[in-house]
Design a protein around this ligand. Structure first.
Ligand code: 13P
Ligand code: 13P
Ligand code: MG
Ligand code: MG
Ligand code: MG
Length: 360
């Protein structure tokens, strides 16, 4: 069995929240190279989206392995030291604990993992986001695995025709449920349409074989205060029983509105970009998604191909820029501004308190 572990964190950037510099990537690289030499992991690639560093690792230790998680944690700690030395903004931002304790879950970094027997040919994609939340994947994952208007294979390919199971997490209750699609599609949509409460955590084939996994950690629920956006990652297996690569990518051809952007408190379009263009600047955005495609070969990573680095996504980017203009014109008003419960920080309680005697 091969385990794919994508673990990510923002440990500092420049200027402000724009980009994790190469000097941090080098620190992470050094630690992961050591881990590879010590056979803790089989292979790795370090991706980046804006100020977030994404460790794409393969190994044979299963999900939630403490050695693998510790390796990731240590690499982020080393990079944090460098970020402090360079005086970068938000040095160690997503490391919410002073010490590692067995698993990065609950400590700040996000993780998306899956374990499976490699198929004869094993193409998979990683989607790396910045300036948004895990629920940003609700719409595209539904399109990929549930919507025949997006994924022709659901209709045409006998190996996809029975559909998929979606694991939906209620991130306030910390509980999850599996819903089968197409049988329970309307129930599924009733939940995942409420992206302020529900996020897709996993997608599986009907026999339980993993298809997709999302990092669903909500930083503000861990820290109890605003410490930046969660900036999620997702892993998606493709071809032969799964969506084709182009069907998975097609799910991002519409730049849908997602929560995040400036101060984690605004709705904005999710713009698919190359790694090179994952440098959110306008109003700290708009939110970005990068797609890196690999082939697995006996646990080794072959690739990546930077998949949104393609002119077929130019119109999506243009639409995203238009949507960004349109949303920005709302200034401090909803629905550009998030709902009260989702605001990452707000003066509202103070203002209400100050004015309480003037409301009659
Ligand atoms: P190829 O014939 O190039 O393998 O394409 C198959 C396919 O599924 C394209 O979506
Ligand atoms: P990050 O989560 O990417 O650090 O974003 C923080 C922010 O508030 C941007 O305006
Ligand atoms: Mg940041
Ligand atoms: Mg970020
Ligand atoms: Mg963040």
């Amino acid at each position: 069995m091969t385990t794919l572990s994508v673990i990510k964190a923002d440990v500092g950037s420049l200027p402000g929240h724009v980009k994790a510099p190469n000097k941090l990537i080098n620190e992470v690289d050094r630690v992961l190279e050591e881990g590879k030499d010590e056979n803790k992991i089989t292979d790795y690639y370090i991706g980046r989206c804006g100020d977030d560093i994404d460790l794409i690792m393969t190994h044979d230790k299963g999900k939630n392995d403490s050695d693998v998680h510790e390796l990731a944690w240590n690499s982020f700690e080393e990079a944090t030291e460098k970020a402090k030395e360079l005086g970068l903004y938000g040095a160690g931002q997503d490391l919410l604990s002073d010490a590692f304790s067995g698993n990065v879950r609950g400590l700040g970094p996000g993780s998306a993992e899956m374990e499976f027997d490699e198929r004869e040919s094993e193409p998979f994609l990683t989607f790396l986001c910045d300036k948004t939340s895990p629920s940003a994947f609700n719409l595209p994952l539904f399109k990929m695995f549930g919507d025949p208007s997006n994924t022709a294979g659901l209709v045409l390919d006998p190996s996809l025709h029975e559909g998929f199971k979606f694991t939906v997490q209620d991130f306030y209750e910390g509980k999850k449920a599996d819903l089968a699609c197409p049988e329970e599609m309307y129930d599924l949509l009733a939940l995942i349409g409420i992206s302020s409460k529900f996020a897709i955590e996993e997608v599986k084939k009907k026999d339980g074989e993993p298809a997709a996994s999302v990092s669903t950690e909500k930083l503000n629920l861990i820290a109890g205060e605003y410490v930046g956006k969660d900036d999620p990652v997702a892993v998606v297996r493709c071809q032969s029983g799964y969506p084709a690569v182009g069907e998975a990518l097609e799910a991002f051809s519409f730049p849908h509105l997602v929560p995040g952007w400036m101060r984690g408190s605004h709705n904005g379009p999710l713009m698919p970009v190359s790694e090179e263009e994952a440098t959110p600047t306008r109003f700290d955005g708009p939110p970005r998604v990068v797609a890196l495609g690999f082939q697995l070969n006996d646990g080794k990573l072959v690739g990546p191909r930077d998949l949104f680095d393609d002119p077929s996504f130019d119109e999506t980017r243009k639409k995203a820029k238009k949507a960004a203009d349109y949303m920005r014109r709302h200034g401090p008003f909803q629905p550009h501004l998030l709902g009260e419960d989702d605001l990452e920080y707000t003066t509202l309680p103070d203002v209400q308190d100050k004015l309480k005697d003037r409301f009659e």
